[in-house]
Each structure stands twice: as structure tokens, then as C-alpha cells.
Design a binder for this molecule. Structure first.
Ligand SMILES: [Zn+2]
Length: 275
């Protein structure tokens, strides 16, 4: 693999999962101080993993959504950061720059109008996942908002905009044909992935249970922003075991230009093999 993919955001990417068409829809990018997502990757590890840092020593991540199409029907998983930009805070130990804004244009590139989205399902309610669901006037004219119940019970004031259309779901619930909720708590109390299955293939959209492909090599590295790092590690190990099963692909929204991949065995455990 050309390792520059680890240091740049992803463009639109599409793949097939059985009869379903699945596309990454970029909204924007984040440049994270590495101590934020990966505080355990203390400086002694960075010489080894320098390929993951850009020339200003920031970890490059995306903000965006996953479009799942079943013929005319369309589901979106997460909703990007929205039309705004936040600069890096020099005083903050790990907060980096984030900008969004590209999601509607990229949906149009994929031939979809926002009114055609029947459901937006959220992995969790952080600002870089609910952005376009909170704009006025609403972008998604008719979508229901699927929110994991445990996540809803712990919501902050920024989630108020979702309330009129919120549909609460539990682990195992089907949120769209062939798409089921998978509890992956730890990053937030109700953090949830989605298993997209069709004709014997599955794609696990795991949200922020993994912020960087480095956490597949190092499942013990919980993110600085994880509410419960021990719970996050436990579920991350369970997730990686699921990703190692045959006919299973993964989608990591924050994974730079390697959003789609599979997990393969490695001398040290497992590694991410981008598609
Ligand atoms: Zn996130």
C-alpha cells in the first residue's frame, strides 16, 4: 500500500456488499493531536508509526457518513460535522482542527438528494457524527433518526434537534433491510455499530470503537475521548475478533484514506488491510 493514504482524508468510495451498494460520503477532515485519540501511543511509539502522522505531526481523520443503498431505498449512518470549521486550540492538550461542509455535494455526486434518505442511524451523538442532522432548515426532509436508546438516555443539549424524529433502538434491532445494531459501548455509554449483511457478506460499520487502524494492532490503546477506556478496550477486542471472521469487511469513518478494509492476522496479533 502507498502509505500516503494514512495521511490524507478519503474521497468518495463505493463498494458492494452482496446486493447492497455502500459508499463513504465525505463531509470534511480532522487533524488530531495524536495524544488525543491515542494517549497510550506515547512518543516512543511514534518513530515506528511515523507514517500515520502528517508533516505537522497530526493524525489525519475524516468526518462523514456511510450511505447504504438497497435499490431505491437509502440509509445514512452518521451525518458528519456540518457546515462549519473549528480551528485547532493551541491550549488544549489534544483537540485539533475540524471542518465539514462537503456532505450534501458528495451525496449529489452519488446521485442522491437528501430527501431520498429514509433513515439516518447514529453510532453516537458526538458533534462530528450528528452535524447535518442539526442544521436549520433540516437537510434530510423526511428521514427518521435512529438513535441507540442508551445513547439517547445520556444525550447532551446538542442532540435536542434530533428529538422530533428520534426512533430509539436496542442492540440487535434491524434499522434498515439487512442492517442491525451492534452494541459497542465505551467511547460513549450507548455507542453502537451497524452490521450490514447481504448474501453471505457483511460489513461492520464500527463508528468510534476504532478511531485509527493502529488500534487493531494495539487494541489496548483506548482513545483519550473514550468515556470508559476499560469497557472500550473490551468491546474493541470483541469487535476485532468479529472482523477477523471470513466474509467480513470493516468501515472506519475516521480512518484517513483507508476507510474500508479487512482485518488480517499478523505476528503481533492483527492488522488492518485497506481495500
Ligand atoms: Zn467521531
Amino acid at each position: 500500500m502507498n502509505d500516503s493514504r494514512l495521511r490524507r482524508p478519503s474521497a468518495v468510495r463505493t463498494l458492494r456488499v452482496g446486493a447492497l451498494k455502500v459508499s463513504y460520503v465525505p463531509d470534511g477532515a480532522m487533524l488530531l493531536k495524536p495524544a488525543g485519540p491515542l494517549p497510550a501511543a506515547v512518543d516512543r511509539h511514534w518513530p515506528r508509526y511515523g507514517a500515520y502522522l502528517n508533516d505537522t505531526r497530526r493524525l489525519v481523520a475524516n468526518t462523514g457518513a456511510l450511505l447504504v443503498e438497497d435499490g431505491a431505498r437509502a440509509l445514512l449512518i452518521d451525518a458528519g460535522f456540518g457546515p462549519r470549521a473549528v480551528p485547532e486550540d493551541p491550549a488544549h492538550p489534544h483537540r485539533g482542527a475540524v471542518h465539514g461542509g462537503a456532505l450534501p455535494g458528495n451525496l449529489a455526486l452519488l446521485g442522491r438528494a437528501p430527501e431520498e434518505i429514509e433513515t439516518v442511524a447514529f453510532t453516537h451523538l458526538h458533534a462530528d457524527h450528528i452535524g447535518w442532522a442539526c442544521v436549520e432548515p433540516p437537510l434530510f426532509g423526511r428521514a427518521a433518526y435512529v438513535v441507540p436508546k442508551e445513547e439517547w438516555d445520556h444525550r447532551g443539549p446538542e442532540a435536542a434537534a434530533l428529538e422530533p424524529r428520534a426512533r430509539l433502538v436496542l442492540a440487535g434491532d434491524e434499522v434498515f433491510p439487512g442492517v442491525h445494531a451492534l452494541a459497542l459501548p465505551g467511547h460513549t455509554p450507548g455507542h453502537t455499530g451497524f452490521v450490514i449483511s447481504s448474501r453471505g457478506t457483511r460489513l461492520l460499520a464500527f463508528g468510534d470503537a476504532l478511531l485509527s487502524p493502529l488500534q487493531i494492532r494495539h487494541p489496548e490503546w483506548s482513545a483519550g475521548g473514550d468515556d470508559d477506556p476499560a469497557q472500550s478496550e473490551r468491546h474493541r477486542r470483541r469487535l476485532i475478533a468479529e472482523l477477523r471472521r471470513p466474509d467480513t469487511l470493516g468501515f472506519g469513518v475516521h480512518f484517513a484514506d483507508v476507510v474500508f478494509g479487512r482485518v488480517a492476522p499478523h505476528a503481533d496479533g492483527a492488522v488492518w488491510c485497506p481495500l
